[in-house]
Ligand binder design. Structure first.
Ligand SMILES: *Cc1c(COP(=O)(O)O)cnc(C)c1O
Length: 408
């Protein structure tokens, strides 16, 4: 019997995702193609990992030439590619030092370890007392420690027990942060805009207030910009919207140019210097192939002004989405090209809207059942946005007509 790729994945894979029923075989720029030759505009861009667009020719050239030269060495030796990459990342972000990892979750784990060790060695918190504050509705990854600080029942259920030393405050609540800080508090970890949590934008000025509270209380502000960073929200870093330079910064996703997993934990000297040889590491972290591709990804981001592009086109896109005025949409929100379209759950699950969009050539994925995530590659054009808006308008109009029909 013939099996399709979809059936193989269903039969031999773990069911930890619920993909839309489409089998992708090729990508170029904002477009992907399925196994039947249908073309789609990718409004998902791999959870913002493909900000440069699929198979960016210059990044492919960088990848392949470096792969022929030297790919993986481990950190047991220096390479000619890592140092220049770290320097570039530090200069761009205003941080002193950077520690390379691969996935976002590893960068988060690195930050938590650094914050704890900093608390013991520099802040002089008593042994095993260090405490870290996170926000309700956060998403920082999927390791046991990280889901241990999640408020999302499904991320946690069945995976305990979890490490101690974490507490949660409501997102957007500065008074709650102040109240949660104790003399043992090492750090406050926060997403400038909550991505997986549903594209939640906090009140303007909140992050600035958090930064002031942290500075005053000698608590590290760790900005998790794995999704919001590198131009996504219309600034290189979303912290810039509030004029904040965090004590520590996490980058990932788009840092790999849509080709490789590359993440960074960046911080001040006194924080990074708590690490001594043997304290922490990663076999693949900082390998010359990843470092060279990520370095080129940063160059392209700056050269092609992708942050400014996200700001301009994001505003255009949000404006056009607001103008649709469908009874199925309760809210359009976001910043830059990180946009959430909230579907009224009385009528449709957002997944149903995603399936309908797929049938008209637009790939998007819902989050939290009601929110359509619209995070296209930052290279998307105004004309392509117009195409997407027309497709969304058509789908919402048809879907709304169905609801009236059913209720009538
Ligand atoms: C995706 C994400 C992570 C985790 O990154 P992985 O590469 O999936 O481990 C962490 N923090 C934020 C804000 C993210 O969006």
């Amino acid at each position: 019997m013939m099996h399709t790729a979809l059936q193989y994945e269903q039969k031999f894979g773990a069911h930890n995702y619920a993909p839309l029923p489409v089998v992708l075989t090729r990508g170029e720029g904002v477009y992907v193609w399925d196994d039947k030759g249908n073309r789609y505009i990718d409004m998902m861009s791999a959870y913002s990992a493909v900000s440069h667009g699929h198979c960016h020719p210059e990044l492919i050239e960088t990848l392949t030439s470096q792969a022929h030269q030297l790919a993986v060495t481990s950190r047991a030796f220096y390479t000619d590619k890592l140092g220049p990459f770290l320097e570039k990342a530090c200069q761009l972000t205003g941080q002193a030092r950077a520690l390379p990892m691969n996935t976002g979750a590893e960068a988060v784990e690195t930050a938590l370890k650094a914050a704890r060790k900093w608390a013991y060695t520099i802040k002089k918190v008593a042994p095993n007392r260090a405490h870290i504050i996170a926000c309700e509705n956060n998403f920082h990854g999927r390791t046991i420690t990280i889901v241990g600080m999640s408020s999302e029942a499904q991320y946690r259920d069945g995976f305990g027990p979890f490490p101690a030393g974490f507490s949660l405050i409501p997102y957007g609540d500065a008074a709650a942060l102040r109240a949660a800080i104790t003399p043992d508090t090492a750090a406050f970890i926060v997403e400038p805009i909550q991505g997986e949590g549903g594209i939640i934008v906090p009140p303007a000025g909140w992050l600035r207030e958090c930064a002031a509270i942290c500075r005053e209380q000698n608590v590290l502000l760790i900005a998790d910009e794995i999704q919001t960073g590198l131009g996504r929200t219309g600034k290189l870093l979303a912290c810039e919207h509030d004029g904040v330079v965090p004590d520590a910064l996490l980058l990932g996703k788009a840092l790999g140019g849509g080709l490789l997993p590359v993440s960074l934990f960046l911080s001040r000297d006194d924080v990074m210097n708590v690490f001594t040889p043997g304290d922490h590491g990663s076999t693949f972290g900082g390998n010359p192939l990843a470092a060279h591709v990520a370095s080129k990804a940063l160059d392209i981001l700056v050269r092609d002004k992708l942050s400014a592009r996200a700001a301009e086109l994001g505003e255009y896109f949000q404006h056009a989405l607001c103008a649709i005025r469908s009874p199925l949409v309760t809210e359009v929100r976001g910043k830059g090209l990180m946009i959430g379209l909230v579907i009224n759950p009385r009528y449709y699950a957002a997944r149903e809207i995603c399936l309908r969009l797929m049938s008209v050539g637009v790939l998007a994925k819902e989050t939290h059942g009601t929110i359509l995530r619209l995070t296209p590659p930052l290279i998307i054009t105004r004309e392509q946005i117009d195409t997407v808006v027309a497709a969304i308008t058509q789908v919402l109009t048809e879907a709304a007509a169905n609801v009236v029909h059913i209720q009538g």
